[in-house]
Design a protein around this ligand. Structure first.
Ligand code: ATP
Length: 360
């Protein structure tokens, strides 16, 4: 992946208004050549509106969009062959897999022999055997259709391939398989992928970078691990999964929160805060552990084990503190010695696993 100074696509100060309603507020975004960029955000935050502008299905009310050095914000979708939206529903059901994949080549006037060669290469790239070439779409399973649709999208040879929630209608197992295949396909083709999803899990599995949208703006853009471990706001922290948040105030030698006194000795979370400044201390449930008597951690709290949920191989526990707050703990399912519901427990975590959000 080359993160050179010239992004493959650049949005600068992009606005989209529908009547009085502003769906996008001065959006800036650089899409890097060859990256897998995922845009996530709650329903209505502007993801689809943004992608429609990027592929040319709509025009911005204000601002500019560049494809390399060409300004393209007024160029309609059919004049932007470099930007392709992946849609599995648009396959021709009564045609063969081969005819579907070859369609973009046919409309470009590629001869029959070359079309077939390319279709077979794409089948192989999508890990479908040659005998699918003559199968009709109606005879393919849901997962196979997704792969054929991907092969067809790649036959257009787009520079950027856009995906708008392509896996949302599929069952869990198929979704997991296709997530891995898409990531793998991205690596093998070296194309730029821009992907929209509601699913944090999908975003985490596949993306090089994640962009979090909120009310028509980007709240944070960065590598997946950074967005997860170092969110810049409570909104991002909460959007990126289960989290424990504690309001804190900077004191002379550490941080203080309700019932928490955290000696930082000038290092780690909050080191650069002024005394008296407020913030929110974040710790993910997987960094919190049950402590046995005498076991130490930088930060400890005691409470009653309130509830337990199963998350596959892991469990999530809720510990109710005396002041009514809850702390979420995620651990490998404890065989035999998990504290029973209602038990008095002490949980703890280390400062190295905390992150301080400057806002409260
Ligand atoms: P979802 O995840 O639910 O698909 P989204 O993040 O893709 O949501 P958009 O579809 O981009 O959100 O919509 C953003 C906002 O713009 C919404 O409040 C929506 O109602 C509004 N909007 C989108 N298109 C139009 C339109 N053509 N006319 C008026 N309002 C619109």
């Amino acid at each position: 992946m080359s993160h050179d100074h010239h992004p493959i696509m650049r949005l600068a100060g992009v606005y989209k208004r529908f009547g009085d309603f502003t769906a996008l507020h001065s959006v800036d975004l650089d899409v890097h050549e060859g990256e897998f960029l995922t845009i996530v955000g709650p329903s209505g935050s502007g993801k689809t509106t943004l992608i429609r502008l990027m592929v040319g299905m709509d025009e911005p009310t204000d601002g500019t969009i560049w494809l390399r050095s060409a300004r393209i914000d007024q160029v309609p979708a059919n004049k932007r062959p470099t930007c392709m939206v992946f849609q599995s529903l648009a396959l021709f059901p009564h045609r063969s897999v081969g005819q579907n994949i070859e369609f973009p080549l046919k409309i470009r006037g590629v001869n029959q022999g070359d079309r077939k060669t390319r279709a077979l290469e794409l089948l192989s790239l999508l890990r479908l055997s040659e005998h699918y070439y003559h199968k009709r779409i109606g005879q393919c399973s849901g997962g196979e259709r997704q792969r054929v649709a991907l092969a067809r999208a790649l036959a257009f040879d787009p520079e950027i391939l856009f995906f708008d929630e392509p896996l949302s209608a599929l069952d869990y197992r198929l979704r997991k398989t296709l997530e891995r295949e898409l990531k793998d396909l991205h690596a093998r083709t070296g194309k730029t992928f821009v992907y929209i999803t509601h699913s944090l899990e999908e975003a985490m599995v596949m993306s090089d970078r994640i962009a979090i949208m909120r009310e028509g703006r980007f709240e944070q853009i960065g590598p997946a691990e950074e967005i997860y471990a170092k969110p810049i706001s409570r909104f991002v922290a909460e959007f990126m999964g289960e989290v424990n948040l504690f309001p804190v105030v900077k004191a002379a030698d550490g941080l203080e929160g309700q019932g928490l006194a955290i000696k930082t000795n000038g290092h780690g979370a909050g080191a650069d805060m002024q005394p008296g400044a407020r913030g929110t201390l974040m710790v993910r449930p997987e960094a919190v552990r049950f402590l046995s008597v005498g076991e130490a951690a930088d930060i400890t709290v005691s409470g009653r084990l309130h509830s337990e949920y199963r998350l596959g191989s892991r469990n999530q526990y809720e510990v109710a503190l005396a002041d009514g707050r809850h702390v979420a703990v995620e651990a490998l399912r404890q065989t035999g010695h998990a504290p029973p519901p209602g038990a008095e427990v002490t949980v703890g975590w280390d400062l190295a696993h905390c992150h301080l959000i400057a806002e409260t």
